[in-house]
Write a protein of this length. Structure first.
Length: 225
């Protein structure tokens, strides 16, 4: 049976996204929504595909690879958005169209290839807490040089998670400024992966191109280990 509440939440978020795009005076074609399906079963992905969703985000390799295999009959695009171990990086590339969480030299090395390529975002840490993942702002220029100089990586742009103690819109404005600097050495890196359930409207106003929205669409995540 179709889950009406799910369809309603999806429609409601899509409406809010469209409103924010209009308020920002932006073109709707420049903003895509990735539905974060982490901790939810493959059946939820299947239902959302039935509602017209194509892009999904996952944050753990083991879970993502199993889920991707379970819906391999569907036309789905996977985005890897969580912290990735270097030794799992090549495996993630097998199903992920885009890796949003490139944040370490070891990961750059692990993903480098002369045979194939993967789309990536460099994740930036705008918090003072190193545990949150992402490249510290001070290290970003060197990191970008490294990514740009590595075969097999196509840098789409920058990704961030707004820090808890900062007004999200100012964090997103900061990422946009950093993106302008990065584009001086990586002109193609124009995309911005930012905006989650609680702050996607602010992200759109600051130029987000890839929204990563979970609970506002899926409902609460089931408990996980
Ligand atoms: C879980 C997660 C999201 C989605 O978070 P919601 O608050 O459920 O929308 C987005 N980005 C990253 C990196 C995540 O880990």
């Amino acid at each position: 049976m179709p889950d009406e509440a799910l369809a309603e939440r999806l429609a409601s978020v899509q409406g809010d996204v469209a409103d924010a795009i209009r308020r920002a005076g932006r073109d709707a074609a420049t903003v895509s929504t990735i539905v974060v399906s982490k901790f939810h079963p493959a059946s939820l992905v299947r239902e959302l595909v039935g509602l017209g969703v194509r892009s999904f985000g996952e944050s753990r390799h083991q879970e993502a690879s199993v889920k991707a295999a379970e819906v391999s009959d569907l036309d789905v695009e996977w985005h890897f958005i969580g912290q990735l171990q270097s030794k799992k990086a090549r495996l993630a590339k097998a199903y992920a169209r885009v890796i949003h969480s490139l944040d370490r030299d070891s990961l750059v090395t692990a993903l480098s290839s002369t045979d194939d390529s993967v789309d990536v975002f460099a994740q930036v840490n705008l918090a003072d807490d190193p545990a949150r993942g992402g490249v510290p702002v001070a290290d970003l220029p060197g990191f970008i040089d490294r990514v740009v100089g590595t075969p097999g990586l196509r840098l789409l742009g920058l990704m961030t998670v707004a820090p808890l103690d900062v007004e999200p819109r100012s964090a997103f404005a900061r990422l946009r400024e950093l993106s302008e600097q990065v584009q001086q050495t990586a002109p193609g890196a124009t995309s911005l992966s930012m905006g989650m359930s609680g702050d996607y409207a602010a992200a759109i106003l600051e130029g987000a191109t890839h929204l990563r929205i979970g609970t506002a669409i899926t409902g609460n995540r089931p408990p996980h280990g």
